[in-house]
Write a protein of this length. Structure first.
Lengths: 248, 181
């Protein structure tokens, strides 16, 4: 085996493929992820705890002294007094609730919903779904012995190519060029030995754009969370791949 | 005669060594230092009275009766019982506070442990991949190594977004508008 490997440096890769080294062909795989867009929801306990701590702080806080902060007769003082007149409710500790003069301006700003239409429709192709989770790309193989199975995008390396360059090239081959991606560094984040192929996965982020699957390589695609991938990938593949993923 | 009288009074009220004549010492009494009522002196009186008011205001804020005292509470005597049972179970409020803080600490511990386990999994996966790569293809292995001897620096793309409370109003940028600007 060693003799063969040292000889391979002189012999071109094609010859190596026809020899007994067919099992050594490295493939590059891409773990393409869309990072969470929104912060996760606080758990009930976290919410209750923060409210509890806020109430303690309120109770122990010094009373606000407007005389110290506002110059008598200034416009700032007038604006502040006008805002206080509108607030009549008291906090639980009996102190006056302080109303900032610009509160209504902030409150009237438009904000998008945290749960989108894609969530409601369970549209697996949408990048607006599950905004508080990381989404990973899976594709359905269109050709070859594994036709019809769902896998992470992967393919063979071309001659003299390095892993991170191969990852970018193959990704654009498989899902089009209408997307902006960033491959993280040069080191693979995991590997999978399936039959004759060894796939080395590179982690990449999608920053913007859309997936346009190349019909010859991928017939379908989906954006799935770590838990949803269990339904797409085979169990032994999922076990390997899940180690590369973060919980959130 | 007059000046000596004022000097003595100032020393008595402040209890400090006499400071300069221009700025009065921060006394805890409301009495004004009286001078002869000349024009220059009357200006001085106004300055002193406004300064006194500021001190009064600061003092009222600092020592307001609305705020509970934040002085240190005396420690419980160190006995075998106090060591084995640090929180009194008879005092319901104290027990409640202790229960809340313990539960919070426990949650944070679990979160930290989960995070460490996750990172360990990712590291082991990466290490196994590199070991396999070394056996498979030395050229790729050398290219995949990141070391201090390499000149290149890995930089993050500027458009890598930080998660926010709510998503962007226009949703996901499918048309790569930001990239094509």
């Amino acid at each position: 085996m060693n003799v063969l490997r040292t000889a391979s440096r002189a012999i071109p890769r094609r010859c190596l493929a026809t020899a007994a080294g067919a099992s050594q062909k490295p493939h590059v795989g891409i773990l393409l992820k869309r990072d969470p867009v929104i912060l996760r929801q606080l758990t009930e306990f976290e919410h209750a705890y923060y409210a509890y701590r806020d109430s303690i702080e309120q109770g122990e806080s010094r009373p606000f002294n407007p005389e110290f902060y506002f110059k008598k007769g200034s416009t700032a003082e007038q604006r502040w007094l006008a805002a206080q007149e509108s607030a009549t409710e008291k906090t639980p500790s009996g102190k006056m609730r302080i109303v900032q003069p610009r509160d209504e301006e902030v409150g009237s700003l438009n904000a998008a919903n945290r749960a989108t239409e894609a969530d409601a429709k369970k549209d697996m192709k949408s990048l607006d779904r599950a905004l508080d989770r990381t989404l990973y790309l899976v594709v359905k193989r269109a050709a070859g012995p594994v036709k019809g199975t769902w896998q992470l995008p992967s393919g063979a390396l071309e001659a003299d190519e390095v892993l991170h360059d191969g990852a970018t090239r193959h990704l654009h081959e498989e899902v089009g060029s209408a997307l902006e991606t960033w491959v993280v560094g040069k080191t693979p984040v995991g590997h999978l030995v399936s039959g004759n192929d060894k796939i080395f996965y590179m982690k990449a982020h999608i920053l913007s754009g859309k997936i346009q699957p190349n019909g010859k390589l991928a017939s379908d695609y989906a954006w799935a969370t770590k838990q949803e991938l269990k339904e797409y990938l085979k169990p032994e593949q999922y076990a390997t791949v899940s180690k590369m993923m973060a919980e959130l | 005669m007059n000046s000596s009288a004022t000097y003595i009074r100032r020393a008595a009220t402040s209890g400090l060594r006499p400071s300069c004549n221009v700025c009065p010492p921060p006394t805890f009494s409301v009495t004004l230092v009286r001078h002869n009522q000349t024009d220059a002196a009357s200006k001085k009186v106004k300055e002193i009275s406004s300064a006194d008011k500021r001190y009064q205001l600061i003092r009222d804020i600092l020592y307001s009766k609305d705020v509970p005292s934040t002085s240190a509470k005396p420690l419980r005597p160190l006995t075998a019982k106090s060591v084995s049972c640090p929180v009194s179970t008879k005092n319901a409020d104290e027990a409640k506070v202790d229960a809340i803080e313990r539960a919070w600490a426990l949650e944070k511990q679990k979160e930290a442990a989960a995070k460490v386990a996750e990172l360990r999994g990712m590291y082991e996966s990466m290490r196994a991949a590199m070991e396999e790569l070394e056996k498979t293809d030395p050229r790729l292995f050398e290219a995949a190594k990141v070391g201090a001897d390499k000149d290149e620096v890995v930089v993050f793309p500027r458009r890598l977004r930080v998660p926010t409370e709510t998503p962007p109003i226009d949703g996901w940028d499918y048309e790569m508008k930001a990239g094509n600007k």
